[in-house]
Design a protein around this ligand. Structure first.
Ligand code: HEC
Length: 425
């Protein structure tokens, strides 16, 4: 019998010969779920699928341990509508995301932040994107379950012993009795033509295909409990409370730490701040070189640079740079004391201003380097201290540069190197 013949024959059987009440049964007389055919290779399954498809069956399926290439085409499975559902959900998410932000920020609760527009596409992309993805993903997941009519806790094939090998090395095709073209003899003949290794009647599943009632009750219960927090939030909205807020995620608002000047019972003296242990010096903080760190040799100001500092061209450059940063605002580039701060103070003429000293005056020139160093470190009278901002090495470099400024004021042609004299104006 050719495919064409079988097709017309079964079509005829279905419409004319068979009254609806005469439901197909298995050999034992049980109601029939379908006829199961077993194959040993994907190739056999593909060939069988094509035959069944061409015979015009619609309620049937194939089962294999792994995806068989080309099976969709061989079965004539139409393209799923899931992508369209996901696309629709994505568009909805996009609109909801944008619309929500447009409404909250742009219409309902306008809030001006640094003159930015209330609504702009660019600023709202992240949330729009998230909601688009969220809606799409949930639809893809839920749609897949719904289209496959899952979850299905029981299936007629669960009770077929041979079918267990579908996860191992056997391939199956099942034509269900509910197929409009199903006919007890014609269908079996068609299956026999696909040369299966085994054919079996699958009795209808007597167990319920629906989830047990228990699940429904639990789901309903959970849904109701989920409403409690919402209801509570609704009932207390707008009320005030003296209680601190419930901190579910405390972040760093509360920390296990001791604040300065507070008590700490852990220590014997009850103080949180620990005093330095007497006689100890932090590693690298031992400043025993009095010449270098304090500008003093014995009790007198040092008259020479310390041995740890080398007064060379590089040190002079460094000194100039530091001087320009730290001293120029008050003492000016030439050191004469008319820096921009001093000029401005004179303009304000507030009367309390003590002008910065002219560093090129004779009395400052006569000061030992150690004394200049000390002035930078600790400040003097109205001049603030710079020791905390400038490290000792740089303080000496500044002293070196101040010496150069003092020299420059009293310079004459003989101080200029012979080679450079020609360039002087
Ligand atoms: C904020 C302004 C200001 C800055 C910055 C400043 N000074 Fe002074 N400096 C003064 C003033 C004001 C005096 C005079 C203080 C007084 O007589 O009460 C002074 C005095 C001095 C003196 C004279 C000290 C003495 O023995 O009379 C020296 C030297 C000096 N400054 C060096 C420096 C150096 C070097 C720097 C850069 C590290 C510097 N100053 C940065 C305001 C400044």
């Amino acid at each position: 019998m050719s495919d064409e013949e079988s097709k017309s024959e079964s079509a005829m059987d279905n419409t004319e010969d068979k009254p609806k009440s005469d439901a197909p049964t298995t050999a034992n007389g049980e109601p029939l779920h379908g006829v199961l055919a077993e194959y040993h290779t994907p190739k056999e399954l593909l060939a069988a699928a094509e035959k069944i498809r061409d015979a015009g069956y619609t309620v049937w399926d194939t089962y294999s341990p792994f995806p068989v290439h080309g099976i969709e085409k061989a079965q004539g499975i139409p393209w799923t509508i899931l992508p369209w559902l996901v696309f629709g959900a994505g568009c909805t998410g996009l609109t909801v995301g944008l619309g929500m932000q447009l409404w909250t920020n742009g219409v309902d609760y306008k809030y001006l932040i640094s003159g930015k527009p209330f609504f702009s596409i660019a600023a709202n992309i992240p949330i729009t994107f998230e909601i688009t993805v969220l809606f799409s993903a949930l639809t893809a997941f839920g749609g897949m379950l719904a289209l496959n009519r899952l979850p299905k806790p029981s299936h007629a094939l669960d009770h077929v012993e041979r079918f267990n090998r579908v996860t191992d090395d056997r391939f199956f095709a099942l034509i269900e009795a509910t197929d409009p073209k199903f006919d007890d003899t014609a269908t079996r003949t068609l299956i026999a033509e696909t040369s299966p290794h085994h054919v079996e009647d699958v009795p209808a599943d007597t167990r319920s295909e629906n989830l047990p009632k228990f699940f429904t009750y639990v789901a309903a219960f959970l849904a109701l409990t989920a409403l409690i927090p919402l209801g509570y939030a609704y009932s207390v909205r707008g009320t005030t409370s003296t209680q601190p807020r419930i901190h579910i995620v405390p972040d760093m608002d509360f920390q296990q730490k001791f604040k300065p000047q507070r008590g700490n019972p852990f220590f014997e003296d009850g103080r949180a701040m620990r005093p330095q242990i007497e006689g100890t010096v932090a590693s690298g903080d031992l400043q025993d070189d009095s010449h270098f760190y304090r500008g003093k040799v014995g009790k007198a100001w040092a008259r020479t640079f310390p041995s740890r500092f080398t007064p060379n061209e590089a040190a002079m450059q460094r000194g100039r740079e530091r001087y320009d940063i730290f001293c120029v605002p008050c003492h000016s580039v030439t050191g004469n004391g008319s820096g921009i701060v001093a000029q401005h103070a004179l303009e304000l003429a507030e009367g309390t201003w003590i002008p910065p000293t002219n560093l090129t005056l004779a009395n400052i020139k006569q000061q030992p380097v150690g004394e200049l160093y000390n002035t930078i470190t600790h400040g003097i009278r109205n001049m603030p201290a710079y020791g905390s901002q400038i490290d000792p090495e740089d303080r000496w470099a500044i002293v070196l540069y101040v010496r150069a400024l003092q020299r420059a004021q009293a310079g004459n042609v003989s101080h200029v190197p012979a080679a450079k004299r020609a360039g002087l104006k």
